[in-house]
Design a protein around this ligand. Sequence first.
Ligand SMILES: [Fe+2]
Length: 493
Amino acid sequence: MIATEQFLESKSSLSYDREGWKRGYQSQPNEYDYWIEDIEGEIPPALNGTLFRNGPGLLDINGQPLHHPFDGDGMICAIAFNQGRVHFRNRFVRTEGFLKEQEAGKMLYRGVFGTQKPGGWLANAFDIDIKNIANTNVIYWGGKLLALWEAAEPYRLDPKTLDTLGKDTLDGILAEGEAFGAHPWIDPSCNQDGGASCLVNFAIKPGFSTKITIYELDEAGTLKRGKCHTVPGFAFIHDFAITPNYCIFFQNPVTYNPFPFLLGLKGAGQCVDFQPNAPTRILVIPRHGNKQMQVLESEAGFIFHHGNAFEQGEQICVDSICYESLTQVDSEIDYRDVDFDAIAPGQLFRFTLNLADATVQRQRLLERSCEFPCVHPDHVGRPYRYVYMGVAHNPTGNAPLQAIAKFDVTTGEEQIWSAAPHGFVSEPIFVPHPEANREDEGWVLTLVYDSSHHRSDVVILDSRDLRVGAIARLHLKHHIPYGLHGSWTSTVF
Ligand SMILES: [Fe+2]
């Protein structure tokens, strides 16, 4: 146990120092490759495999700041656990846009979230050539390591060296430039494949009506099932949920006006407007057979991420992180100056979908601000008990994510491990113990930006009880900017 990491219930309004938080948004232009030697605590010998992380590595292009971190070039970290030793490596995904901009030494592309080329609207008008930044997630599936960005095809990397091997069409499934979502789920036991696992993902083609394509790939990465569905209206859908028999999409209530984007005034993502008086449409799409899609409605809210879903007779429960509205970063304001108090926090809700009468009950499970939910991989799409999330240190209000929560959805019990005041957490990844008997037997891994040393730590928590503190804290020699998503594979690379 590490005493300084004990959770301290803060009575003060701020659990963090804003200048410290902002430093986590500095670019990391360097690429490293080393064994981690600066370690507090013990690395569990049974923890063997590789943690892959993705996120923006550059928050500027040759000194020109990005308008939003989501516009940053993807940088992959591979943290390989091997019999008590841990190796770190990071490499940028060498996308076409990354290579061109690095060679030019200047910004050549607009970003979806508002980054504009220098020169004002005239320099940006009618330029719709968006860079595939491959920065959102990274998965190892079918023998391939793939960096994902939802608006275009994946980039494939060598899982050992992280060298970029090029764009990947998934053996011809995707056409050049075709989208492949950044939030695949692995169904641990697919009833169509004799109980083998399969990867389920989707692609969105928004427009006046929106095309949703669902892909199911077997363990070799071969397409087993694929189907297109069209839904009325524009859709901004980042994530979805699965059960053995359904894919569930939440069509957030938004409209899209492309003209400010075309005229060079805003990024495409800034042209999405939340509609507080319109319903959220919940699309329940059967994965197999010929049953039709069912559409249910719930009150307005905005969802990026779903934690899990499961079937219960004629009902489906979906646990998701829901915001009261979608907050855009104003074109004139630096994202690092965001007023947290002015933005509603993300909170964990349970949506109970009654398929028989097409009604929805919405129940808030937790008030604490949270994001990046993660569950035991064997419970994906099935009844479950524990969800792990990045959360704010304080139980109410909005603030950066500084703590990891383990939340019991059956009892409402919450356990917290906090890195406040100097630490800022990333998405937690749950890794089951290889000989586990319980759903919560294993470890929670997270990267923590330590603003007091301007470096990042790999933190290992005991998922049976987060309150006992970190089992180990592995100090990197440098910082990793705040990341997005990642995944675990039991293969040691
Ligand atoms: Fe996401």
